[in-house]
Write a protein that binds this ligand. Structure first.
Ligand code: Q9C
Ligand code: ZN
Length: 682
């Protein structure tokens, strides 16, 4: 499997700049590019990437999307004086030309295509292109919204032609609607285009009817355009997360793309003067991480907007860091999507129900845009603010010193979230001697540990009759866990003949080391031995056999009906487990894989892979010794060498979807990210 992350950058793209006064365009400055690159250097990220050079896009590549007339028009600006440039610029909406614009726009196209080539040829697994001018607003015959050539749309067409791809996903997380991309692929079912955008009931630029949730594509392409209109400003991490969990990800996994392109605009981030949203930089880590599980990891992020230089550059760094496989910073803020966001999400789900199997059994009733209460008003109702540290919501409140306020906030915020010490070893393992050959060489095997501390933890449990061998494997498991908690490694796995007992001992050890919140996910049929009294554990139990236990906020069983033919498990993963896990915000995750897990093994792999978004990626996997076939996959997931793939899509069983729906209704007040509709909550 391909490894490494490409970075495409050419400082020459900074020469494109505004030569006259224009308050609409003056935010699209050369420093956007240089400040990103400087920040990447500050975090030592540049040297960790595989540098890929930019090139000019050719005429025929540009004409994959644009008309020859338009290309000639752009070409013509190269020799123009300022006055003429102004005239041409005035012919478009929110665009400026400079004598180097044509050259830079060609470099932006070529840089994007170089990235596609690096990823599709297997030179790297994924990558990012830092480009200017941006692309997603530009159209066949027109420049628009700072965009000259549509870099990402050209890249999609290019990838289809050159690599014979059948399905490409374009995720446009820029705060503006990439109408240029939408128009290009409106009737094309081979490109799934997702965009969220500030909309405000069509008051916000570009103020198009076709940016609303009911624009789903045309003809054969119906269902392959997904628009989430945001009708309020001030949205943040939990709203974006809810949009991914309840809209994009179920559809994207059903679509099963061969390549993911991100129109990576960061004007949807905190402090941006255009977007007025509140998502903090680490939010983009999580969005990126989700998408890395598609298309065997083949992902190209291409810069679009982003006008608050500090916010933009920190968010770019978070994106690239995640592409490189670093542990994810915790997502900050209370996980509570606001009413207006939920309403948009519900509307999109309703509009798309006819086209997606994953929505078949969901009862989503369409509704109009009703909410008028602002998200900030909701925040004010629900949270007391901390005078010491600004919250994203406070930063987002309109104010003349907003840029500086955001700078100050980000300065402190980034210090608090960056996992400063990146351990040299990612994964530790405790396995039988005979299994060590199954582990990749990079895995660390702590051995011969016989520490008093561990023994006291174990002696609190009923282990008197245990064989020496089993006892020593418990001690090894604790050694692995200890390394995770002390951040000497990021994650670990342990094979056990008694995984349930092991998990109870692991949880006890976590308590001893003052781990505040432990997420335990059991997969398979096991007795629960874990202590739940003190509320420090959230237990999610996925099993085939019906349990008598009554579900509570911290102890939830999913009785997942066996169905080997269509067992996708996506509805449980995106509709329940991840929303609960992200709402809980654990400090450590333990996944226990026991016997008779009736999910396909790739579903468990995907779940574990996605759970790496929680708890700063600190995961302990406990695997029953009889389940060896899954051990290798889990090891590969944890060491970062493998992304599961899923085969032909079939929807989850109706009973299973029903069960998830009921659980969602039961717990959506406690775990608010479960909310994906505007009803059932205050
Ligand atoms: N009254 C990108 O983020 N604003 N483009 C126009 C007119 C234009 C944004 C306002 C914003 C363009 C790539
Ligand atoms: Zn934008």
């Amino acid at each position: 499997m391909a490894a490494g992350t490409a970075l495409v950058y050419d400082g020459e793209m900074s020469s494109h700049k505004l030569l006259w006064e224009d308050p609409v365009c003056d935010i699209e400055v050369p420093e956007r590019l240089s400040s990103c690159y400087d920040r990447l250097q500050h975090y030592n990220l540049v040297e960790r990437c595989i540098s890929v050079s930019a090139r000019e896009g050719t005429d025929s590549e540009i004409m994959l999307i644009h008309s020859m007339d338009y290309l000639e028009t752009v070409k013509g600006t190269e020799k123009m004086e300022e006055e003429e440039l102004q005239k041409v610029s005035a012919g478009y909406d929110a665009v400026y030309f400079h004598p180097t614009t044509y050259r830079c726009a060609k470099l932006a196209v070529g840089a994007t295509l170089q990235l596609v080539d690096a990823v599709m040829s297997g030179k790297t697994r994924n990558g990012m292109a830092l480009v200017r001018p941006p692309g997603h607003h530009s159209q066949r015959n027109a420049a628009n919204g700072f965009c000259i050539f549509n870099n990402v749309a050209i890249a999609a067409k290019y990838a289809q032609r050159k690599y014979n791809l059948q399905r490409i996903l374009i995720v446009d997380w820029d705060v503006h609607h990439g109408q240029g991309i939408q128009y290009t692929f409106d009737d094309d079912p081979s490109i799934l285009y997702f965009s969220w955008h500030r909309f405000e009931h069509q008051k916000f630029w570009p103020s198009l009817r076709e940016s609303n949730y009911d624009a789903v594509g045309q003809g054969k392409g119906r269902g392959f355009t997904i628009n989430i209109p945001w009708n309020q400003v001030g949205l943040g991490n939990s709203d974006y997360l809810a949009a991914f969990l309840h809209v994009l990800l179920p559809m994207a996994f059903e679509f099963d793309p061969e390549l993911v392109l991100i129109s990576a605009g960061y004007d949807s981030g905190i402090g941006d003067p255009e977007g007025q949203m509140n998502a903090t930089p680490e939010c983009f880590s999580h969005l990126t991480h989700f998408l890395m599980n598609l298309a065997k990891g083949k992902l190209c992020a291409v810069l679009e907007g982003g006008y608050h230089l500090r916010s933009l550059s920190e968010s770019v760094c978070m994106t690239l860091k995640t592409l490189l496989g670093d542990p994810l910073p915790p997502l900050s803020g209370e996980m509570m999507p606001c009413l207006s966001a939920r309403e948009s999400i519900q509307n999109v789900r309703a509009a798309h129900k006819p086209y997606w199997k994953c929505l078949t059994y969901e009862d989503v009733t369409p509704l109009q845009d009703l909410s008028t209460r602002s998200c900030q008003a909701e925040e004010a109702e629900s949270t007391q603010s901390n005078a010491e540290l600004l919250t994203p919501q406070e930063v987002g409140k309109g104010n003349i010193s907003e840029v500086i306020k955001t700078d100050r906030f980000l300065e402190m915020h980034m210090k608090s979230i960056i996992v400063s010490l990146k351990p040299p070893i990612k994964t530790a393992a405790a396995v039988d001697e005979s299994d060590t050959h199954l582990l990749p060489p990079a895995v660390h095997i702590p051995k011969g540990l016989d520490v008093k501390e561990f023994k006291t933890t174990i002696s609190a449990f009923d282990v008197k009759l245990m064989k020496e061998e089993a006892l020593s494997s418990l001690l090894n498991m604790l050694a692995v866990l200890n390394k995770i908690i002390k951040k000497e490694v990021i994650n670990g796995l342990a094979v056990s003949s008694t995984p349930s007992l092991s998990s109870a001992i692991a949880a006890a050890h976590c308590r001893k080391l003052k781990v505040q919140k432990i997420l335990c996910v059991f997969v398979g049929d096991m007795d629960m031995k874990i202590e739940l009294e003190d509320g420090k554990v959230l237990l999610i139990n996925i099993c085939a056999k019906q349990s008598e236990q009554v579900n509570t906020k911290h102890n939830i069983s999913l009785n997942w009906k066996e169905d080997p033919e269509t067992n996708n498990f996506f509805s449980a993963t995106f509709g329940f487990i991840l929303p609960v896990a992200y709402s809980y915000q654990p400090n450590l995750t333990i996944v226990i894989v026991g016997p008779n897990q009736n999910l396909g093994k790739n579903r468990i792999s995907l779940l574990i892979s996605l759970l790496q978004g929680l708890a700063q990626s600190q995961i302990l996997a406990l695997i029953q010794d009889t389940e060896e076939k899954i051990m290798q996959d889990i090891t590969n997931i944890l060491t970062g060498g493998f992304i599961p793939n899923f085969g032909t899509y079939a929807p989850d069983l109706k009973e299973n979807v029903q069960m998830i729906k009921e659980l969602r209704e039961q717990f959506q007040q406690e775990w608010k990210l479960l909310q994906c509709s505007a009803k059932n909550s205050k």
